[in-house]
Design a protein around this ligand. Sequence first.
Ligand code: ZN
Length: 256
Amino acid sequence: MNKIDTISDMVVQSKKVVVFTGAGISTESGIPDFRSPGGIWDKYDPDEFGYQKFLSSEASREKYWEFSRVFWPTIVEAKPNAGHYAIAELYKMGKLDCVITQNIDGLHQEAGVPEERVIELHGTARWVNCLQCGERYPRQEIQDRVESGEKVPGCDTCRGILKPATISFGQPMPQRETREAEVRSAACDLFLVAGSSLVVYPAAQMPLIARGSGAKLVIINLTATPHDQYADVVIYDKTGPALSRIVEQVKARLEG
Ligand SMILES: [Zn+2]
């Protein structure tokens, strides 16, 4: 039996699938991987955009918003790919418990996974928060202000500091999301990694929590990960083609 068949059988037999996604699935939609060679952090210094600096320095915030004029359009133009749609299909089949993602682009929701089934460990680029009063703004609204000449946009209500709802370097992980991801990882019967190298913690802990609680573990990634040794099946491939084939097989089995 080939690996796709094996994974398809696992999906058919499982009741609660947790899909864990990382940069690999987003790069297939044309969003650059921040950490890869030639990626964004080769052109911009990540230390410039650390959380403490953003909070303490107006100049740093100005640099951030300047950078966002390059970064934001790539997010807006990105469309979900075959991998995102395959995961949304799992939801429609009643197999998906949730998606836990390290990505900030909102493409899982755009592909049709309901908001409440997507746990965004590193936040989302689609919203901007006021750090003082908590007011939330759609990102596009703030980017429009930046495009029209505001160098450092502030909160309309309280003039507080506005920050995209992503988790920056040096910013604590969101507690609610991290806790929920742990609970759901422990409760699933199949944990499927798609497009993550599993090196960023605590995100990379989730497959181990799932494995430790008795779930089957599948890893689909272009390159090897530190957790491959714990997986039942590992596929070195792009997520789009692999997930599409798996979901096709699952459909055929469920209908047959
Ligand atoms: Zn405010």
